[in-house]
Design a protein around this ligand. Structure first.
Ligand code: GTP
Ligand code: MG
Length: 170
């Protein structure tokens, strides 16, 4: 018998890291070169099928600009999963990602599944954050880790799939 699960997932990270682009890729299979900066937050749903279950994600795509920081708890409160996004070509966004992880570990649900996404991996020639540095950080903090590209779709579905599988074990 197929089981049905529904999970609330929040996207967090510095502005321009690619949160909305990852959501757009996952939910609609699209990419926009001129994606506009998010105001407030946006909401999407997407359903995926695993071997013996169906998982619906309720995705909250938050706004990364600092002026929206104070409303972020509205979106991560009660979330079973979070994707913290940074841009591999921008070291500051990796630092900001670590700050989000700390905030989630302190204030979100204790068993929240957190994935760290090193996005824009298609821009490897401009890389500023090493894969192994981020992977080491993720391992130390018990995070799932993938380098993704919303542009080429690399690892986007894989990341949501890995989150769904980990959530089912929770
Ligand atoms: P805020 O809503 O301001 O917090 O930003 P965001 O994190 O939602 O970033 P957004 O998805 O709007 O992407 C910012 C810019 O980066 C846009 O021009 C996107 O087209 C571009 N972008 C996003 N993901 C990728 C990617 O994987 N590769 C490349 N090359 N560009 C990307
Ligand atoms: Mg956005």
């Amino acid at each position: 018998e197929r089981k049905f699960y529904q999970f609330k997932l929040v996207l967090l990270g510095e502005y321009s890291a690619g949160k909305s682009s990852l959501a757009l890729r996952f939910v609609k299979g699209q990419f926009h070169d001129d994606e506009e900066s998010t105001i407030g937050a946006a909401f999407f749903t997407q359903t995926i099928c695993l071997d013996d279950s169906t998982v619906r994600f309720q995705v909250w795509d938050t706004a990364g600009q600092e002026k929206y920081h104070s409303v972020a708890p509205l979106y991560y409160r009660g979330a079973q999963a979070a994707i913290v996004v940074y841009d591999i070509t921008n070291q500051d966004t990796f630092g900001r990602a670590k700050t989000w992880v700390k905030e989630l570990q302190r204030l979100a649900l204790p068993n929240i599944v957190i994935a760290l996404a090193g996005n824009k991996t298609d821009l490897a020639n401009k890389r500023m954050v090493e894969h192994d540095e981020a992977q080491g950080y993720a391992e130390e903090n018990g995070l799932l880790f993938m380098e993704t590209s919303a542009k080429t779709a690399i690892n986007v579905n894989n990341m949501f799939l890995a989150i769904a599988k980990k959530l089912q074990k929770n």
